[in-house]
Design a protein around this ligand. Structure first.
Ligand code: NAG
Ligand code: NAG
Ligand code: NAG
Length: 626
């Protein structure tokens, strides 16, 4: 019995967890003892930690009183949490546990969405006009028939397409054609087209070094798009479009340029390109509304300063808003999408249409669904253990250190993956967490201010988060250095079976959007998702029903995880809710993210794109016959 380990001085999470795993039955007894000691130590901490403020101690005692059944039990707690315009719920310590409320609201929201879905083409047309104040594109009836035949659900929920194409409605199709011609010649792009005589085909490529691209598998995007469109080819309109094989967006928008285009679109006119506002030279902040947190009027933007330490508790209720760095500028410093470019690039003088695989609110790249990372439900993963048979309750993440270059001159330490691994392995100091009490029915319990707990107690026991493989994105010498900075675990088997035994799995972005999410969603586990990319399926899913949304700074991760898993002994867990989300997520993955769903999305996107690019948009709008 190595008691010193518990105090975190010498222990590393790996030594603890791997010894837990590696030793046989005789060690089980040791493990039991260890848990008892952890328990005693933990119990003492709750009351004795010098850092714990008076109010924490008081909360804890009050929670104890409530447990014994005070009069409060009969009365619903009426203190409300605040739903902020930035997509976050601000926790009121006197309210119930916010996740109970978030899950309940999300389930209601999802039911409403399913209930109000159009059942007929006529209903869909009415709904389209209500949402977007114009007629659907020509071919909408074919699209509807195909979507219906493929049993695609939620046929109205394609706001992402609207959001991404709307600025182009304020531009003259003649200007767009000229801008497109320029995009076609820019390095690292390919152009696909369909015309009266030829089905969708490759028109031209502009690759600085085609062989490297081929090698890196990036050209398969071309084939993928054609594969996706294969079944609907006869119904596709003529179009011509430029695609970037890069995983991430890089056509930065200028806020005022975008605003001018959107205003023109709303008023049914075109902007004059020569009269567009001059783009700001503020890097990424140029894409934010002046005066927003991401682009404050005063003081001047300085993204080098670190975000202030957290003083209060928030959870995501609107996942899209929570990813917007204009509302949450810490994302500029916390995610490689931005961090890799320092303060950012110069915005485009106008909006040029181009497709890519992932985008954010700051860019005007148009996103495509992709086969990258997509796994069919028939893959070997379908026999992942059921929730009930999963034995590992630690929060699990494995991945490589991709996302940005690892050199002395980059801020890789703050990037989303490095930060995660450092966070999980930190055993210095304490953290304030919400650990649910020992209460059966917590419906009416106040959530309180949390409890201060030593990280040395929590992290090694509760988290199984590490880099796997060997360092990437570094030169030889720097890779060696990185090997000393982190612990590198063995690669997991290719089909992800090892993760399958975990009840709680974290999914974070890589370089661009996460390629693991789809697979993980099919694994009968609860997926905690932290991302900066509003993906194409976002309107067609419901956070807190299908997955648990986590902020990019991970400040809600402990609390969300402990809510479901409970404390060190599993006390106060919400296993039944976790199980519900795990299975709902899997069902969603099987029914909302099939190849058909991607085809239907891309089909609709191309109908819209072909119309907005057409010199006579009116003639390319849907006219019901009869
Ligand atoms: C259609 O595309 C093919 C191949 O790019 C081209 O040769 C042909 O001239 C195009 N037809 C028309 C009518 O533009
Ligand atoms: C931005 O903040 C950093 C750290 O606080 C500081 O060192 C730097 O001088 C600031 N830059 C400007 C332009 O104010
Ligand atoms: C823990 O904190 C101490 C004192 O602040 C510091 O010297 C030490 O380097 C820290 N250890 C780690 C692993 O960060």
């Amino acid at each position: 019995m190595d008691k010193g380990r518990l105090h975190g001085r010498t222990a590393t999470p790996a030594s603890l967890t791997s010894s837990f795993l590696a030793k046989g039955l005789r060690r089980r007894f040791t493990l039991l003892l260890l848990i008892v000691i952890v328990g005693i130590y933990f119990g003492r901490l709750l009351q004795l930690t010098p850092n714990s403020s008076r109010s924490n101690v008081r909360d804890h005692r009050e929670a104890r009183c409530d447990t014994l059944g005070s009069a409060d039990d009969e009365q619903p707690i009426s203190a409300h949490h605040t739903y902020l315009p930035n997509g976050l719920l601000h926790v009121n310590p006197d309210g119930i546990h916010p996740i109970l409320e978030l899950v309940k609201k999300a389930e209601e929201e999802w039911e409403k969405k399913l209930d109000r879905a159009s059942r007929t083409l006529e209903e869909a047309v009415v709904e389209y006009k209500r949402r977007y104040k114009r007629d659907p594109p020509e071919g909408f009836d074919d699209w509807w028939d195909f979507a219906h035949e493929m049993e695609v659900q939620l046929p109205d929920e394609y706001d992402t397409i609207y959001r991404e194409l709307e600025p182009f409605w304020g531009m003259d199709p003649k200007d767009l054609a000229e801008l497109l011609a320029i995009e076609e010649t820019k390095p690292d792009s390919f152009t696909l087209a369909k015309n009266e005589t030829h089905d969708t085909h490759l028109v031209t490529t502009a690759f600085s070094d085609p062989e490297t691209w081929e090698e890196r598998g990036l050209l398969r995007g071309m084939k993928e798009i054609r594969d996706l469109l294969d079944t609907v080819e006869p119904a596709l309109p003529p179009f011509r479009a430029v695609f970037s094989p890069h995983g991430t967006a890089n056509l930065l928008s200028d806020y005022n340029v975008r605003r001018a285009c959107l205003d023109a679109a709303g008023e049914n006119r075109y902007v004059e390109l020569s009269k567009l506002p001059k783009p700001a030279r503020l890097g990424f902040a140029s894409a934010c509304p002046p005066g927003s947190p991401g682009r404050p009027d005063e003081p001047p933007v300085n993204h080098s300063h670190r975000p202030p330490p957290r003083t209060d508790r928030t959870f995501i209720f609107d996942h899209r808003l929570s990813m917007d760095p204009c509302r949450h500028p810490h994302i500029f410093r916390n995610h490689a999408q931005y961090l890799a470019h320092d303060v950012g690039t110069t915005p485009q003088p106008t909006a040029a249409p181009r497709f890519t695989y992932s985008t954010t609110a700051l860019f005007h790249d148009i996103q495509l669904p992709s086969f990258l990372g997509w796994t069919p439900e028939t893959s070997p993963r379908v026999d992942d253990p059921l929730w009930e048979s999963k034995t590992d309750e630690r929060l699990h993440w494995r991945g490589s250190n991709i996302g940005m270059a690892y050199t002395d001159s980059t801020q890789w330490r703050d990037s989303h993956r490095s930060r995660l691994v450092s966070w999980a392995h930190d055993i210095n100091g304490t953290v304030n967490v919400l650990i649910p009490g020992y209460v059966e029915d917590e419906g009416w319990k106040r959530v309180g201010h949390g409890t201060v707990v030593s990280k040395a107690l929590l992290n090694p026991a509760m988290l199984d988060i590490a880099f796997s493989g060997t360092p990437r994105g570094c030169d030889l010498q720097y890779c060696r250095y990185l090997e000393t900075q982190f612990e590198w675990r063995k690669n997991q088997d290719a089909n992800g079976k090892e993760a399958g035994n975990h009840k709680y799995i974290l999914d974070v972005d890589g370089k661009g959007w996460s390629k693991d999410f789809k697979r993980l969603m099919s694994s009968n586990s609860v997926i905690f998702k932290s991302t900066a990319y509003p993906e194409w399926w976002l309107d067609r899913s419901q956070p807190w029903v299908h997955y648990v949304p986590i902020k990019v700074d991970y400040s809600d991760l402990y609390d969300a995880y402990f809510f479901f898993r409970g404390g060190l002994y599993g006390e106060g867990n919400h296993d039944h809710l976790a199980k519900k989300i795990a299975y709902a997520g899997r069902e969603w993955s099987k029914t909302f993210w099939r190849e058909e769903d991607m085809t239907v999305y891309l089909f609709r996107l191309l109908l819209e794109y072909a119309r907005v690019m057409h010199p006579d948009r009116e003639s390319k709008s849907y006219k019901p016959t009869g």
